[in-house]
Each structure stands twice: as C-alpha cells, then as structure tokens.
Design a protein around this ligand. Sequence first.
Ligand code: FNR
Length: 183
Amino acid sequence: MKYKIAALVGSLRKDSFNKKVAENLIRLAPDSLEMEIVEIGQLPHYNEDLDNDNPPSEWVAFREKIKKYDGVFLFTPEYNRSISGVLKNALDVASRPYGQSVWDGKPSAVASASLSPLAASIANHTVRQSLVFLNMPVMQQPEIYIGSAHELFDENGKVLEKSQGFFKQVIDAYADWVKKNRG
Ligand code: FNR
C-alpha cells in the first residue's frame, strides 16, 4: 500500500528552512509514502461571505486536491510566537464550508524550524491545537523541533550527515503512524 501525503510549508520564502526540512523528508521517505509539497501561498484570505455563493476557484481547487491525500505533514515557521498567516489560512480554507472539512481523519505530523535554538516550538504546538480540533490524529513522537536551522543544511539544501539519522527516524515514524491510522 502506498500513501499519498501532502506537505504544507508555512513559509513562502524561496530559501525557507522549513521547506528544506520538507524536501529532505521527501527524499528520505520510505517506499510506502509518496509525499509532495502542496502550494498554499495562492489561496485568498478566508471570508465566509464568499463561501455562500461564489467561493474563489483557488479554494475549490485546494479543497479538491487535499481530498486525494491520505495524510498531511505540516512544516511551520514561528512568526511572533505563533504560526504564519499563510498556514493558518490554508487550514481555515479547507475546513469549510461548515461540516465539509476535507482535513477530517487525515493522520498528520508537525515539524517546526527556526534560526533560534527554541526551534519554533510555540508555533509547533499552536498548529497541533488546530489539528486536534480538525480531527487529524497528530503524531506525538518523535517531536520535530529543528532549532538553529541555518547550521543544518549544505549549500544544496541537503541535511548534514549529523542530522540525517534523525530525519530518517522522523519520516519512518510518520509512515508507521499513517499505516496505523489508515489501515
Ligand atoms: C520571525 N522569526 C521568528 N523566529 C522565532 O523563532 N520565533 C518568532 O517568534 C519569530 N518571529 C518572526 C516574525 C516574523 C514576521 C518573521 C518574518 C520572522 C524568524 C524566523 O524563525 C526565521 O525568519 C525563519 O527563517 C523562518 O522560517 P523559514 O522562512 O526559514 O522557513
């Protein structure tokens, strides 16, 4: 069985460390996972008024796309001790219209990366709060706090040898988590 996983990156920055974490986990993923980054920067801000009669085409396409995935892996920066607006907006958009959330039941995991040794851990737990409400079973261990992220990758964006083992442990644990939750 092969599981399709959406990777959502909460930073739109070209050289985003969160994106590098996602790309390295994609590279190290076992055969049972087919993980790819799904873009979220194009989504207009959520406005419930628009959902009543004429939802933006970007919302409709994103909701349809997310439906096709078996799980979701979120990568979050920390902005002012919370999560980025772009990531929260994506979670909100695909949670609506009321009763039609496309997140429901999808096994999830959260990684956070920051230049700070605190590793965006507050944002990490803020994302978890929404995932619990959205009924997306969230992997508990290993916790994925990537601190001092500027010291972890080579010039091609590949994770350095010293952290490769942890990255592999993370993606293998997530593969087990998806299997456990999706059967
Ligand atoms: C930050 N940054 C930051 N870092 C942190 O550890 N805690 C924080 O609260 C904040 N706050 C914050 C606010 C805003 C508006 C920006 C733009 C940045 C720094 C942040 O960790 C750094 O820019 C990372 O590189 C962001 O992640 P990406 O873009 O590398 O994935």
